[in-house]
Write a protein that binds this ligand. Structure first.
Ligand SMILES: [Zn+2]
Length: 434
């Protein structure tokens, strides 16, 4: 996809003459990522910190604050790298998901949210509204605002929109005069990814924010619209949860009994955390079939209706085929109703087949068979869709929880200079108290 780059400056304070204090240009040439530096330069930490952290560092503060500073830095990198181990972090998220906290959503604070909304309005005015993944950023200085983007992912070479954004921000921070009052605002439609083949964007951004704070003294705010979490790489995490699994979980009182039943039924038993999560979702599951079954997908569920009269004489077969098509089409009315529970949907299909008035040219025997077969097909379709909806809801909750747990984990170390949260739009309900 072609890149559109919007780069512009908006004057905030015209006639602002004073040069902002120049920051740490001398550090840039030897700048490495903080992680590298931390690992390789432990022995000469004091000297390095003094020159490359870029913030005034009195010998006194260094002596007193040194061990604390390093412990924090160490813990920060440990925390970040623990998230690079997806097996570990997926387990952690699942464990957290089990507790089902009331709000798994971390929202931006009100004033920052307002800023993002304003910037977004400007970008939308200039470049048009966009629903698919894209990113843009803003460097806000005292005297002007530099907006750049939107950037789009290039899936052909595995490049995410945040990759381009990070590169661009880095270049701008290096070339512009930035002061401590500067702020970086990073917008991304979907929250930065937590897993991909190379370093995930969330980890890259968090480390960059630390670096930008250390070197330039600027704070970073990251706002997103949808929680993306592990999507992509971990999308198949719940693929084994089919209807047989869902039913087996539904029937079992606890995990121990479930494992026994699953083994008996030749199913791969799910771990206790997944078991609890599916069980939780079942209790409240109401769903709508209208957007879940369409066109050819719908017809394919009722294929076996046609095999009833497969061997009948040509003329009768023709009438029956027509009738079967009419029934299948008429049953679509069942989809248009608003959401229902699994049982409600099963009952609806049963009642429909029972009440349906067939063309009198179709023999009674075939009519009965059609009713039965319809019920069976309907049941399989509802079971299939029910399991799919459980899987989707689980994936959605899981990814939202992943973003939540990650932010909670990281914010302990970064609250001084980094805020990450979901953007809230005015049409949404009032902000949930965190
Ligand atoms: Zn990414």
């Amino acid at each position: 996809m072609e890149l559109t780059t919007l780069s512009r400056k908006r004057s905030l304070l015209s006639g602002y003459e004073k040069e902002p204090p120049l920051y740490t240009k001398k550090c840039l040439a030897s700048l490495k990522t903080l992680l590298d530096r931390y690992e390789t330069d432990r022995a000469t930490e004091h000297v390095k910190l003094k020159t490359s952290w870029g913030r005034p560092c009195t010998p006194e503060a260094c002596v007193n604050g040194r061990s604390q500073l390093l412990t924090d830095t160490e813990s920060f990198f440990q925390q970040v790298s623990s998230w690079a181990d997806t097996q570990y972090s997926v387990k952690k998220v699942l464990e957290h998901l089990k507790f089902r906290q009331a709000s798994n959503d971390i929202l931006l604070n009100e004033s920052i949210n307002k800023k993002f909304l304003e910037f977004r309005r400007d970008i939308t005015e200039e470049c048009g509204a966009e629903d698919k993944q894209h990113s843009w950023a803003v460097i806000e200085k005292q005297e002007e605002v530099v907006m750049y983007g939107p950037y789009y992912p290039n899936y052909n070479n595995g490049e995410h929109s945040e990759d381009i954004l990070i590169k661009q921000t880095q270049e701008l921070l290096e070339s512009e005069t930035v002061s401590e009052e500067c702020k970086v605002y990073v917008f991304t439609m979907n929250s930065p990814c937590l897993a991909r083949n190379t370093d995930p964007c969330m980890l890259n951004l968090v480390q960059k924010a630390k670096e930008w704070w250390s070197v330039y003294g600027v704070k970073t705010h990251i706002g997103f619209v949808k929680s993306w979490g592990f999507k992509g790489a971990k999308e198949n995490l719940f693929r084994d949860i089919n209807y047989s699994q869902v039913d087996c979980i539904d029937q079992a009182e606890d995990h121990e009994n479930y494992v026994k039943a699953a083994e008996k039924a030749d199913l791969n038993p799910l771990c206790e955390n997944l078991f609890s999560n599916v069980k939780y979702l079942q209790r409240s599951a109401r769903f709508s079939l209208i957007n879940n079954v369409q066109g050819s997908d719908w017809k394919s569920y009722f294929k076996s209706m046609h095999s009833i009269f497969e061997s009948k004489p040509e003329e009768e077969k023709k009438i029956c085929t027509q009738e079967a098509n009419t029934v299948i089409e008429a049953a679509q009315v069942l989809l248009s109703e608003k959401s229902g529970s699994f049982e409600e949907y099963l009952d609806k299909g049963g009642a429909f087949a029972f009440d349906y008035t067939f063309n009198s040219q179709v023999s009674d025997v075939i009519q009965d068979q059609m009713r039965l077969t319809f019920q069976q097909c309907w049941k399989e379709m509802v079971q299939d869709k029910y399991a799919k909806i459980i899987r989707e809801k689980l994936t959605e909750d899981f990814n939202q929880c992943a973003v939540h747990v990650f932010i909670k984990d990281i914010v302990k170390f970064t609250k001084e200079y980094l805020e990450i949260g979901r953007m809230q739009f005015s049409e949404e309900a009032p902000q949930v108290v965190r």
